[in-house]
Design a protein around this ligand. Structure first.
Ligand code: PBG
Length: 315
């Protein structure tokens, strides 16, 4: 059955389409059109104009979903991340411009305070502790702002307890009944986020994120998180990172009938890119293998920085 590629392709159990991919985009408010992210070769922080070009290219090639991550200058950061709630902030302006130009694209707006806080944590920090409920109050307002700007999905990546339910009822009360919630349900406190934090200059200045993100030694806990998010009204459940957490993806897929998303994160991207640059692996074949593995584990939707490579590989 493995004798030649025609037979192998006929009996292959897994495939994925470009429609199932989401392209993360780093956006910045600068005159420079794009600046490369050193820790992520081939990835850039884009000015708005260039972001629109990227989206146009992607849309033409059938990758039509995007997750936006704003780069906020230090002068606009403070202890409670108030810029996240300011009406015409970069994320809000970008979303409304993108949706105006490309009404058919799907935008996932990140809900978390870390790009906006001076300390780099996803919530409000007091005496070395993250205050859960105070943080949820701010995240709800951030979600409303993103919904108003035109986001198709708000995607809380902060891991505070109760935020999905709070966001859902605020959306309903404010007539955003068509805005979906993709919850970062099983988001682990991971070393694989390093290059992303580099891209946004958002690494925590003190401590780490282990009091709110999940412990990588845990699996049952992912079921608890998923049940809570399901009951609180999430539309999509996400596992993050992806490749080191295939068992978690499979677990959620088998236990929930909601769509499951997985995020192949910055460190996963960087490992493949740098290993390929060193000439020790075949880049395109490794990209295909890794994305296929995430799919095989049970992900319906995959966030990946490799969309441009996959556009070339999938034709
Ligand atoms: C923070 C956030 C992170 C990522 C997405 N949203 C980093 C973190 O939790 O510190 C990581 C994405 C990646 O590494 O590609 N809310």
């Amino acid at each position: 059955m493995r004798r030649n590629e025609t037979i192998r392709a006929a009996v292959a159990e897994t495939d994925f389409t470009l429609a199932q991919l989401v392209k993360p985009l780093f956006i910045q408010n600068q005159t420079k059109l794009k600046t490369e992210i050193k820790a992520m070769p081939g990835q850039y922080r884009f000015a708005l104009k260039e972001t629109l070009h990227e989206i146009e290219f992607s849309m033409k090639n059938n990758v039509k979903s995007f997750a936006l991550f704003p780069v906020i200058p230090p002068a606009k950061k403070n202890a409670i991340g108030t810029h996240a709630l300011e009406k015409n902030n970069l994320a809000a302006v970008a979303i409304s411009k993108i949706k105006k130009e490309f009404p058919d694209c799907v935008l996932y707006a990140d809900i978390a305070l870390d790009p906006y806080t001076s300390h780099g944590h996803d919530g409000v920090l007091q005496n070395g502790k993250i205050l859960n409920d105070e943080s949820v109050g701010l995240l709800v307002q951030q979600a409303l702002l993103m919904a108003e700007a035109g986001a198709d999905f708000v995607a809380p990546s902060d891991m505070m307890d109760g935020r999905v339910g709070a966001i859902r009822s605020a959306l309903d009360q404010n007539n955003f009944t068509e805005t979906g919630i993709l919850s970062y349900t099983a988001k682990y406190a991971s070393n694989f986020y390093g290059p992303f934090r580099d891209a946004l200059s958002s690494a925590p200045k003190t401590g780490n994120k282990k009091t709110y993100q999940m412990d990588y030694r845990n699996k049952n806990e992912a079921l608890i998180e998923a049940r809570l998010d399901y009951e609180e009204g999430a539309d999509i459940l996400m596992v993050k990172p992806a490749l080191a957490y295939l068992d978690i993806i499979q677990l959620l897929k088998q236990n929930f009938s909601l769509p499951i998303a997985a995020f192949q994160v910055s460190g996963e991207y960087a490992m493949i890119k740098f290993a390929a640059k060193a000439g020790v692996i075949n880049e395109s074949q490794t990209i295909l293998e890794s994305v296929c593995a995430i799919k095989r584990a049970g992900a319906d939707i995959i966030f990946t920085y490799f969309t441009n490579e996959l556009i070339k590989l999938k034709v």
